[in-house]
Design a protein around this ligand. Structure first.
Ligand code: PBG
Length: 334
């Protein structure tokens, strides 16, 4: 074998010096996860003592309110300060217009009242969209041609938001992607005496295949068509800035980008364009694919999640919705 040797020039810059001990590495660390900036989405089931694992989301459950309250206590003790609630609506209560969404005694309202009574310190967010409640699985009202109707849907979303606020929700998170809904919901909340209930707008929500396991969890996959006339084309980034600018002008208090990992560039761009807090939703499919690989013994799920969430924060997100909060928190050093 021919070997080559040449003179080593003096090396002035040695970045490795800053990596030589755990103490130094901690000192120069640029991005840090904190439990108070992780938000746990939770699936709520009717009944008592009920807990079902979601097949495509190992370790994540649909559970009845009594058990969910225990989980929320556990999350709070771990440092989590925000949860997002998703009710699982039985098929017999779903209809074309999502009537159950406006029942003031529905599962979500009862859960909100109980949660705010038991755990008033926890910030409770409510996802506002019709898909858990409609038998067609779309986020809005639909006409006979299958068109998702923008303006008529606003009224329902406004009423859902006021109901949730009355039951104690801290933040309304519209995830439906109808135009003009932030302004409409803001007006409804203000007129109903809830000027302090905030709006976290799912401003940038892509029409993504990563939502599959979530739709399994709620049995809410669209029965016809897809969501491409209201959710965004994954190919677009200028459009993301437009959506954010509109929602900000309409009165959103915070903006959300969703999914997260395939859209880190979008997070970074939005960070540069708004002074509002921004969040990212590390969605069900992002959780499921790591868990599937971990079940095969191919990846260390917890370390992968830690790395993924760190990258989302590094890209510019202030807070992250994730199903992996309980797995990641033990890895976050004090
Ligand atoms: C409902 C909603 C969805 C998600 C959050 N809110 C699904 C969808 O729009 O089809 C997805 C969350 C996840 O995948 O974890 N509008």
């Amino acid at each position: 074998m021919k070997t080559v040797t040449t003179q080593i020039e003096p090396i002035i810059q040695r970045p490795r010096r800053n990596r030589k001990s755990a103490a130094l590495r901690a000192l120069v660390q640029e991005t840090r996860l904190h439990p108070s900036q992780l938000i746990a989405p939770l699936f709520l089931l009717e009944g008592e003592g009920k807990k079902e694992e979601i097949t495509s989301m190992p370790g994540i459950y649909r559970q009845s309110l009594d058990l969910l309250l225990k989980e929320v206590e556990e999350l709070y003790a771990m440092g989590v300060r925000g949860i997002d609630l998703f009710p699982v609506i039985p098929a017999e209560k779903k209809d074309a217009v999502g009537s159950e969404a406006l029942n003031e005694n529905n599962l979500l309202c009862r859960a909100l009242i109980a949660l705010k009574k038991e755990m008033p310190e926890m910030c409770v967010m409510v996802d506002v969209a019709l898909d858990p409640y409609t038998n067609h699985g779309h986020d809005g009202l639909v006409n006979t041609e299958g068109v998702i109707l923008n303006d008529p849907t606003l009224e329902v979303l406004g009423n859902m938001s006021v109901l949730a606020a009355e039951a104690g929700a801290d933040i309304i998170a519209p995830s439906d992607m109808m135009d003009g809904r932030v302004a409409y919901i803001r007006k409804c909340l203000d007129q109903s005496g809830f000027p302090d209930v905030g709006i976290l707008s799912y401003a940038v929500k892509y029409a993504s295949a990563f939502y599959g396991p979530f739709r399994d969890a709620l049995h809410s996959a669209p029965k016809f068509g897809d969501k491409k006339t209201y959710q965004m084309d994954p190919a677009n980034s200028r459009e993301a800035l437009r959506e954010c600018a509109l929602d900000e002008a309409e009165g959103a208090d915070m903006l959300l980008i969703k999914p997260a990992l395939a859209y880190l560039d979008i997070i970074t761009k939005i960070r540069a364009h708004t002074t509002l807090p921004i969040g990212a939703y590390h969605v069900s499919g992002e959780y499921a694919m790591v868990m599937a690989a971990a079940q095969k013994g191919w990846l260390d799920a917890d370390r992968i999640f830690y790395e993924c969430l760190t990258s989302i924060k590094r890209a510019g997100a202030d807070f992250i919705f994730t199903y992996a909060a309980k797995r990641v928190i033990p890895l976050i050093k004090a």
